[in-house]
Design a protein around this ligand. Sequence first.
Ligand code: SF4
Ligand code: SF4
Length: 246
Amino acid sequence: MKTTKTHCSIDDALCGGCAKCVSLCPVGAIRLDDGKAFIEVDECAECGVCTRSRICPHGAIQGGKLEWPRMVRAMLSNPLAKFKSTQIYGRGTEETKTNDSQDTYREGEIGVIIELGRPVLGTRMDDVERVVKKFATRGYRLPSSNPVHSWVVDPAVGSLKPEILREKAISCLVEFIVPEAAAGEVLRLIRELDQEIRTVFSVCVAVRADKAGKPRLQEVFGPEIHSIPQVKVNLGMARGILEASS
Ligand code: SF4
Ligand code: SF4
């Protein structure tokens, strides 16, 4: 079945009203009305879950031919959508999960990673812009490997392309490189964002261990910050750094 719509949709004539798709949508954009399901177009993040799952017994759910700027939704929300700028599938970068692959956060620097929208609420891009502006106006750098970087029109101010500001994504990750000495300011900026952002967000910081491998989170951020221990081993990912330094 072909569609000419520019967004994900449900064919009214095919829908049998079984409601199976309603609870599947991660942002609650599918509703049931008078025995027929429909998609709230502005609430849909174009994640592709409803079409990929093939949950509809009648094939009533159809993906759309997305155009700019709506395609921003799929770029951030659909794990099968590839970013042209980063050549990475999905919204993050490798450095979000590990600093071992490209050494983005060097000695004396910390990585600050803010994820907006999860769980459930999703995020509009104007909230993403609030975060970028907060850090960019202090001179903190958004790495070019972060997908949001390609949408920044003024790096000094942190403004994003205006046509994308009302677009919605399931989540969006924004990263910054900050000097260790600015850790206290980072905490203050995050408290300010808590009053300004209209969706949920979480914060992760990447702090390099010392030469002996000892964690330095509290040394950098102070005793009131506690880490939640996690272990993730990515065998071989640091090979590029080791070869470059040998
Ligand atoms: S594409 Fe994703 S966000 Fe949109 S209706 Fe389907 S499941 Fe919901
Ligand atoms: S799964 Fe299909 S038939 Fe059932 S409510 Fe959704 S669109 Fe309609």
